[in-house]
Design a protein around this ligand. Structure first.
Ligand code: GMT
Length: 376
């Protein structure tokens, strides 16, 4: 198949899922054309069957800060579909990708070309941004006019039906992980650089946005380090860092917190960690938690959105209500003090990650593509 993939190029989960999916499809012999504003963060452009097409948003002073991204995107979709003979287009994140894809489809239809559109909903495109009155009708329209729609969790599917008037079927295809990249190795990691030998390593990875409740991460860690020698490792960059950093200084724990920013070698840091914290306000799936579990790290999380479908309470970690800092800290301390339970939870976390292995999930996308093509 010749597959077009539209995604955001940043480190966000939707871009990562789209990129990993595209690279795997290419490995399976499909021709994959990535369409994005810059090279997606994890895309290895040297692989065969992979093509990258940059969306050029032509700036013009009249537009001021509102440059017409959707227009430029629909135009490049039309051009690539025509010049490379795309069989289908898979857009990740509804806003404005599904909307631009719809208009590209109409333009192509006038030229006698049918381009099926598959839209994957990732979370904030539904639960936060898409739900805003400024976007809602356009998001609803785009979902209803996609040939197939998928959501990354049952929770996101349910929320989409609740928030919008949807007359299209939504199929759940969960996010996935390549467990082969997370092979257990006694010598892996960089633990010595992160913490002293007797200290536990607590980790949080995200884009440090408000929905991640970074202050809760700091507060939970504050309670943990009172009881157990520990370091907090924060991976990622984002707008909440300054606020969290103020709190870290106020609590007098700056010596115990390391902010690594964006890193490429996440696996090494994860496999050096003892516990992952994900206290999010909203989370359609929690890919970061799955990556931690693949590295055998149990998770203390909130119960937001699709997280409980990934982190199983009392098995792979603990799931507590959003904002329950006290409960999260108590469970974290309990687990960190109980070696036997920790060994069991690590094993359970890995087994859970294996259920979401790409080998199990990727064929679901291929089947979906074939079912769409059958209808053309
Ligand atoms: O986590 C983020 O805020 C980034 C966001 C994105 O769209 O890139 O992540 C969303 O998609 C990921 C991949 O499907 C999910 O694992 C995240 O849970 C989801 N984030 C939210 O729902 C807040």
């Amino acid at each position: 198949m010749k597959i077009g993939i539209v995604c955001y190029p940043t480190y966000g989960g939707s871009g990562i899922v789209a990129t990993e999916l595209g690279m795997d499809l290419a490995e399976r012999g499909h021709e994959v054309h990535f369409i994005s504003t810059s090279l997606p963060a994890r895309l290895d452009i040297t692989l065969s069957n992979i093509y990258f097409h940059k969306v050029n948003v032509e700036t013009y002073p009249l537009f001021e800060e509102y440059q017409p991204y959707s227009l430029a995107l629909s135009t490049i979709i039309v051009n690539i579909a025509q010049s490379h003979g795309l069989d289908l287009l898979h857009v990740h994140y509804a806003i404005p990708h599904a909307y631009a894809a719809y208009f590209a489809k109409q333009m192509l239809r006038e030229k006698g070309i049918e381009l099926p559109i598959i839209t994957t909903l990732h979370g904030t495109d539904i639960t936060l941004v898409g739900n805003h009155p400024a976007y809602k009708p356009a998001v609803e329209f785009s979902i209803n006019h996609s040939d197939k729609v998928t959501a990354v969790s049952e929770s996101l599917k349910k929320e989409t039906y609740e928030f919008f008037s949807i007359n299209n079927e939504i199929e759940v295809i969960p996010n996935f992980i390549d467990n082969e990249q997370y092979q257990f190795d006694e010598n892996c990691g960089c633990r010595n650089q992160l913490a002293d030998r007797k200290e536990k390593v607590i980790i949080h990875v995200s884009n440090l946005r408000k929905v991640k409740r970074l202050n809760d991460v700091v507060k939970v860690f504050y309670e943990i380090q009172k009881e157990i020698p520990a370091k907090l490792i924060i991976v990622g960059e984002g707008p909440q860092w300054e606020i969290a950093n103020n709190l870290i200084n106020e609590l007098g724990i700056s010596e115990k917190v390391k902010a690594l920013g964006k890193i490429n070698d996440l696996y090494n840091v994860l496999c050096s960690s003892d516990l992952f914290l994900l206290p999010s306000e909203k989370e359609s799936f929690g890919l970061a938690a799955l990556e931690a579990m693949a590295a055998r790290v149990p998770v203390i999380s909130s119960n937001a959105g699709g997280i409980p479908e990934v982190n199983i309470d009392g098995e792979t970690g603990y799931v507590l209500p959003v904002g329950d800092v006290k409960g999260m800290a108590e469970k974290a301390i309990e687990l960190l003090k109980d070696d036997a339970k920790m060994i069991q939870f690590k094993e359970n976390a890995k087994n859970q990650a294996l259920k979401f292995d790409k080998k199990n999930i990727l064929p679901m996308y291929e089947e979906l593509y074939l079912s769409v093509l059958e209808k053309v």
